[in-house]
Design a protein around this ligand. Structure first.
Ligand code: FAD
Length: 503
């Protein structure tokens, strides 16, 4: 009657679908996380996400110990496809439990692990946990997936009820969590499957089961401490956000203001439950709280993009609308040069450069600025949205394949319910509208600190003496603009003319 729960993008001990079901049905339940070398090996050696995960695992391990004496997290370091069968065998588990992950690579991995276990008579159980509605739960009247957000959202709101929003009461069956005895840990440490087990370093005496970054071959890297502490940190952020949620609809678009929740990384790694967030938001929304209604809509966008990826896996790599793959993007050395300037925040457009600096320095970028920088790369520099998608995927702490792809294809106009291709953000007016006094720009580009609001959004329009009075010489202290928006705009309309569908 032993089961193993495999944690992946659900790094919390409460309100956890797979853990709850395993504890309810089995009397001896273990928990494992695999630092999967198939995923980790290709990453650069300094990666904020790996630091975030290890930190979250430490909190999870401690929380499991609080739920039941001696319980904790088994942490393995090796390919999941080999580690899981080995751990299942060592524990004598008859069942493996995990929550769905609908990313194409994750599905392949889960199928491989599942097949290996099923062939040995181990049952494999998986559950929805990461979203409120997944896969085909919200369909049109003719049982088709939605391609437009608003009707999807209306149906989502009509369908949702307490059943979908209530928490899985893990603590009710926590007594079924099995202790990780010293003998068991020694057995696991001796397993041949893991070529890189750290169990020896993690002496049971000190209950240090989670390895350090160095132990798994990564460099130490700074992550904003406000985003750390796993599920404890998520609860702190959410509590803080609830004091501001009423004003979310008014404040969310201004990057210098503390408007959004900053919970995306926690949603990505499941250090917070989507049910808790949606429950609180929907209770307020039903009472007419407009901030909560707008925020709930954002959570619904998240579900929307997850179901888009499930029904249309070709979006990973190709345009959702195939005709957009006819577009000829810039290429060659010049495109590489422009792309590098964009990545490094050297475009000469302060709002774009400040946003890219925020991304590079912190691993986070404000939503409005994700739209502005994505649009700039695609529709001002004429560069393939996939280049930008890849760069964001490397840099974002909250990188989520479905949301990132959805955001990039929205900006490229090639996506599901994307903005029309002829709508092209003007980076200067976006800057004036959403960072009027230049406060955000100055936070990330201190070289422009002395520029007054009338000069900061488009410094090249100022006379050289005006800039010099603020300590700035273009081309020396801050770049000249790498393109002219008006020229680029015409080139983009031309480039997109191959797209016949004019939606
Ligand atoms: P809040 O405003 O507090 O929103 C709450 C939550 O709602 C977010 O944490 C997120 O889970 C969800 N959400 C909000 N907006 C969206 C959206 N447009 N699409 C899907 N979910 C949304 N979000 C990611 O989580 N990971 C990504 O990799 C990602 N890449 C993006 C790339 C581009 C080009 C664009 C335009 C958007 C991207 N987003 C991504 C969506 C959005 O920008 C972030 O979710 C948001 O900025 C995270 O900050 P927050 O948690 O403070 O958001």
């Amino acid at each position: 009657n032993t089961a193993l729960v495999w944690f992946r993008r659900d790094l919390r001990a409460d309100d956890h679908a797979a853990l709850f079901h395993a504890l309810k049905r089995h009397t001896r339940v273990f928990c494992v996380f695999v630092l999967d070398t198939d995923i980790l090996d290709p990453l650069p050696r300094a990666d904020r996400r790996v630091a975030f995960i290890l930190d979250a695992l430490r909190v999870l391990d401690a929380d499991l110990g609080r739920l039941a004496d001696g319980a904790g997290l088994i942490v393995r370091h090796g390919p999941a496809r080999k580690e899981l069968p080995a751990v299942v065998a060592a524990l004598g588990a008859g069942a493996l439990y995990f929550n769905h992950d609908d990313e194409p690579d994750a599905l392949k991995r889960d199928t491989a692990v599942g097949d290996a276990l099923l062939s040995r008579g181990v049952s494999v159980q998986s559950f929805k946990d990461h979203v409120i509605f997944e896969r085909s739960e919200i369909l049109t009247g003719s049982r088709q997936p939605y391609g437009v957000f608003t009707p999807y959202k209306n149906n989502w709101l009509k369908t949702v009820n307490d059943f979908y929003l209530s928490a899985y009461p893990v603590s009710r069956y926590a007594r079924h969590l099995a202790p990780l005895t010293d003998a068991l840990q020694a057995d696991l440490a001796a397993l041949p499957a893991s070529s890189r087990s750290h169990a020896k370093a993690a002496t049971p005496k000190h209950h240090r089961r989670v390895p350090t970054l160095e132990e798994i071959g990564f460099e130490s890297v700074a992550v904003n401490p406000k985003l750390m502490d796993g599920s404890d940190g998520a609860q702190r952020l959410f509590k803080d956000f609830l004091t501001r949620i009423d004003r979310y609809d008014e404040q969310r678009d201004f990057p210098a203001v503390k408007g959004p929740s900053y919970l995306s990384v926690h949603l990505r790694f499941g250090t917070v439950s989507i049910r808790q967030l949606a429950r609180e938001a929907s209770a307020r929304a039903r009472k007419g709280n407009e901030g909560a209604q707008t925020w709930l809509s954002e959570l619904i966008w998240r579900d929307f993009y997850h179901q888009v990826m499930h029904h249309h896996p070709h979006v990973v790599g190709q345009a959702y609308r195939p005709e957009y793959d006819r577009i000829q993007w810039e290429s060659g050395a010049e495109a590489e040069r422009l792309f590098k300037a964009w990545c490094e925040g050297r475009t000469g457009y302060p709002i774009v450069d400040a946003a890219m600096t925020q991304l590079n320095e912190t691993g986070y970028m404000h939503n409005r600025l994700r739209m502005v920088t994505a649009s700039f790369l695609i529709k001002d520099l004429g560069i393939d949205w996939r280049w930008g998608e890849r760069y964001f995927a490397q840099q974002l702490l909250d990188f989520d394949l479905a949301a990132n792809n959805g955001g990039w294809q929205w900006a490229a106009s090639s996506g599901c319910d994307a903005q029309p291709y002829f709508r092209i953000f003007n980076p200067v007016s976006q800057s004036e509208k959403f960072d009027g006094d230049g406060k955000f720009i100055k936070r990330y580009l201190p070289v422009l600190e002395k520029l007054p609001p009338k000069l900061i959004h488009a410094p090249w329009t100022a006379r050289a003496v005006e800039l010099q009075a603020c300590g700035v010489t273009l081309g020396r202290d801050y770049p000249e603009p790498i393109i002219r928006h008006e020229v680029a705009r015409m080139a983009t309309l031309d480039r997109y003319s191959v797209v016949k569908d004019r939606k």
